[in-house]
Design a protein around this ligand. Structure first.
Ligand SMILES: C[S@@+](CC[C@H](N)C(=O)[O-])C[C@H]1O[C@@H](n2cnc3c(N)ncnc32)[C@H](O)[C@@H]1O
Length: 232
């Protein structure tokens, strides 16, 4: 099965339990990572923001809480995730998002349309990362900012920590997935995809290779996740 079909199957299967699973698996810490991502950026007034692989809208909702005048488009390849996000946004009284079902590798937007492109826990799931990064670059205005939050493959020096992290990743997470989301294999995919993702330094190079400048990364939670920020 090709990766895009696999990923579609994963998110179709977990959509109803996606938010609760994030809370359980990360003990709620994904909320802090997302807060930190959005708080790391100074969103200017009336700026146009594209949240790529925006799923159920967690990042978009945080952006407008921080900068109510921002015009946010949420784009995701999975209509079910977007529908869930739209319901969540309505419940949070956010009615002005633009929801677009599209592939990050071929964005249906003009060149230089957005001031900011955000992507949280999405880049790991695309089939062709270079295409997706190039598309984010294309749709950003000159000097626009690219902000990417993603898990990093952990390479602990400390053996006990490595054992604990492996145990949690390969045993506990799939178990929680099978109990809560009734889907063990999707959460096995999640763990595998994190291990296969490039290191922070290698991903920084990939971001630079498509043209972004001043690229920096910041680790969170001892490098479990990393935030990469670059400018067009
Ligand atoms: C782990 S979720 C992250 C959702 C949201 N950004 C968050 O932080 O909660 C990954 C999302 O990426 C989307 N996705 C996967 N491949 C994609 C692609 N090629 N283009 C756009 N979205 C994609 C999935 O449908 C899913 O909604």
């Amino acid at each position: 099965m090709d990766k895009s079909q696999l990923v579609k199957g994963v998110f179709d299967s977990v959509v109803n339990r996606y938010d609760i699973m994030n809370d359980i698996m990360s003990l709620g810490i994904h909320r802090l990572w997302k807060d930190k991502m959005v708080n790391s950026v100074h969103f200017t007034q009336n700026s146009k923001v594209l949240d790529i692989a925006g799923g159920t809208g967690d990042i978009a909702i945080r952006i407008v809480r921080r900068e109510p005048s921002a015009q946010v488009t949420v784009c995701d390849i999975n209509q079910n995730m977007l529908s869930r996000g739209r319901d969540k946004a309505i419940n949070s009284n956010q009615l002005n998002f633009n929801w677009v079902c599209a592939n990050a590798e071929s964005l249906p937007f003009e060149d230089s349309e957005f001031d900011y492109c955000t992507i949280a826990f999405g880049i790991r799931n695309v089939s062709d990362r270079k295409k997706a990064l190039s598309e984010a670059y294309r749709v950003l205005k000159p000097n626009g900012q690219f902000i990417c939050l993603e898990f990093a493959p952990m390479h602990y020096q400390n053996k006990t920590l490595t054992k604990f992290y492996d145990l949690y990743s390969f045993k506990v997470i799939p178990k929680i997935g099978s109990i809560v989301a009734k889907d063990k294999s999707s959460y096995e995919y999640l763990v595998r995809s994190i291990r296969e993702f490039p290191t922070q330094a290698d991903f920084k190079m990939e971001v630079e290779e498509v043209g972004f400048k001043n690229v920096e990364f910041h680790n969170m939670s001892y490098g479990i996740v990393a935030l990469h920020i670059g400018a067009k």
